[in-house]
Ligand binder design. Sequence first.
Ligand code: ATP
Ligand code: MG
Length: 859
Amino acid sequence: MSHLLENMNPQQQEGIRSVDGPVLLLAGAGSGKTRVVTHRIAYLIEERGVPADAILAVTFTNKAAKEMSERVDKILGHSSLAKPTLATFHSFCVRVLRRDIEALRTNGVGLTRTFAIYDETDQQAVVKQALKRLGIDDKQLKPRVALGRISWAKNHMIDPQEYFLASTNPLEEKIAHIFEIYKKELFKANALDFDDLLLETVRLLKSSSEVRERYNRKYRYVMIDEYQDTNRPQYELMKLLAGSHHNICVVGDEDQSIYSWRGADIKNILDFEKDFPNSKTIRLEQNYRSTQIILEGASAVVAQNTQRKGKNLWTAREGGSMIGYYEAPDGENEALFIADRINTYLKASGNLEEPPRCAVLYRTNSQSRLVEEALRRYQVQYHMVGGFSFYDRAEVKDILSYMKLVQNTNDSIALGRVVNSPPRGIGKTTMETLERMALTTGISTWDAIGRAIEDRLLPARALTALAGFKRLIDDARAMLGADFAAKLTEDVGGLAAEDGDTGFDPSAFEAAAPAEEEDDFPPVEGNGSDTSFDTSFNFGFDFGPSEEVSTIAAENATAPVTDVDAASFNPFAPVVLKANAPTLKRSAADNKPASAQDRAAERIMSDEKPAFRAPGDPATLPELIKFLNDRSGYIRALEEEATPESFSRIENLKELANAAQDAQERGETLHEFLDHAALVSDADSYSAEARVTLMTLHAAKGLEFPLVFLTGMEEGLFPHSRTFTDPVGLEEERRLCYVGMTRAMDTLVMTRARYRRRYGSDMPEASVPSRFLEEVPQRLVEDLGSPGQRPSFNSGYGNSYGNRPGSGSGGHENGERHYSYEDEDQSGSRSRPAATSTRAGGSSMDNIANFFAARGQSV
Ligand code: ATP
Ligand code: MG
């Protein structure tokens, strides 16, 4: 028997061996689904002789993809040159689009491979502009709300027109208008948002059989983990990738479907069997992760759901410690209890074979703050997933926006972000004038700047400031110069070579490119006066008969804006042509060993027009960042500010240059670097080496930890109050609880605060225990010494303890009735590093005793 099948149960073995034809692997948490996927990849390579690069596995986070790749390397015992493609849906789509998106262009119109990726901040900026244009107050309709609806529509593959036709009230109609503007603006900016990455890939593979067949020939074996969380576009993509070979294996657990709010659809599981009638369904029943007690507890909770097929999971890990429960007086004490427990755990497990690892899970990100503070008091190092990432910092985003603009000058959102940052005298009025100009003539803001300078359309001061800004960007582009363009050309060649043996015909692409190039240079002249792009906003929804209902793309195809866009989007456009210009030859002949900055500086000093660098003399990514940092005056402005805050911002920009250096060493291009920054998502920052990880329940999917804390087990928080009147939403919350509980391998602790400060109230409010707590059989639970609290939470939902102080309801035995927030505030104990655990042991015991004694509570 292959070593890859050893230590696998018969069903797992079947999952690994069934590599031909469609396979649906449905099984509960911790049953080894992901393990089957990794072993299956190794099996294909080792036992079936499949070339590694003919395998594609899609997972939910970059982290999971990376982990999978490491596991495969480990199983194979070597790291071969050819690698399977292990990606997330989004990173896979970026790859496809960076290479092939231009196949979607018609008559030279459409996005190009230098497209920008818009993150949520960028998206919001576009929506805000749309609101402004439609005269809608952003307090009346929050950009986030509009974006949420737009994203929902996209994920259900509904376009603005359909949305409009389906709308039943004025608000929905407004959103449809915003949606239309949003879509056009992104198109104009040569930009895609995260949803588009998927949608455009699906559109591409559907519309171009050449491209689709090429990918089908390349990826002969496709696997998808966490299949229960795929949405409709992902489902379509999966089908397109399954091609005609149908060697597709999807793996999931319907009880862990927790992304319906992003459009994930449980129907995708049912449809799989319908779309692939000859598929083989495999079920796994043994859980290898958790103890029997944890598994029983989690199963009992999810069993309350009605919308499930139901399954029997068992584990050989009999017994185990009880599920812990702790009911703290308030959120701070809940956090201190957890920190104390973790501290004890880390100290006690020093001589274990495996390094100790634990996780604190919560429903919403904001709950992390108290836990973080408590861990800091204990000087316990932790790793927080999500929250504020490095790439979200304002200064980092600013410099990245400069880089985005360098890559794609039509990126109006990036432009808007940096045009006056640091302040360079380009005011709001100037920008509004330029944006109006861009809007009415259908050109990008960048081109509007060019035209304003050329035709002296603004006051002299504004023009000088704009010219300075324009030259900065032009010079940065020039620094990348010949290489910038050559690299794009090379990418095509490079990818083609890589695919050489898998059926990709590079000539097809090469043949297509020059033809497009021709089309990409329509005269810009004469389009300026055409205002059809602008007015179409007003008439966009004035539909006549159905044949007049044009799609956005078709509409754009006739809009003059695209002509202009096409000229500057084209990767083969001016940059390549100018690379052969005389200035370049001169500099090559001079053979000056000047650095990128020197050259740029020289040009600036001599007031020479930006020249392009000689081939072989390109600016590196860190050079580009340093140039932008300095020439933009960004660093200088921070230095002048001279506050600890501004110095730390400077450090962050240096760190960004370090990140760029790493990227450069990996051979990444500018757009690859920007893609990476855009795709770093919440769950990616998870580090398996971290001893203590803080994250949301959603981010914890697929992971496992010896010790898990599930916090904030309160009605309204978890389950979220939003779902009280929504049975479907409530079942999803319950699945989320199941996901959280089943992350625990050895020990699970659930906590709750009796009083919690809620948004908008200055007084902490009494809470009611989460119904999920009460769904855990009482015999599996052990109270961990909740102060003033009877040792059980199974009092029945509604018969709540922990209501108003002195209310006498439920089973308050002693201290709780006397407990009041005013007391605590007066004592100042909020900022005192008191710990709370009673049985966790350790030096904090005295503190705890004192803490509660001070408020008349017994420990
Ligand atoms: P989830 O639903 O949470 O994603 P999963 O079904 O993907 O879980 P895995 O993460 O693959 O489960 O496996 C859970 C744990 O059980 C892992 O530590 C894995 O190594 C272990 N495991 C799985 N199968 C076996 C096996 N046959 N023998 C020993 N350990 C196993
Ligand atoms: Mg898994």
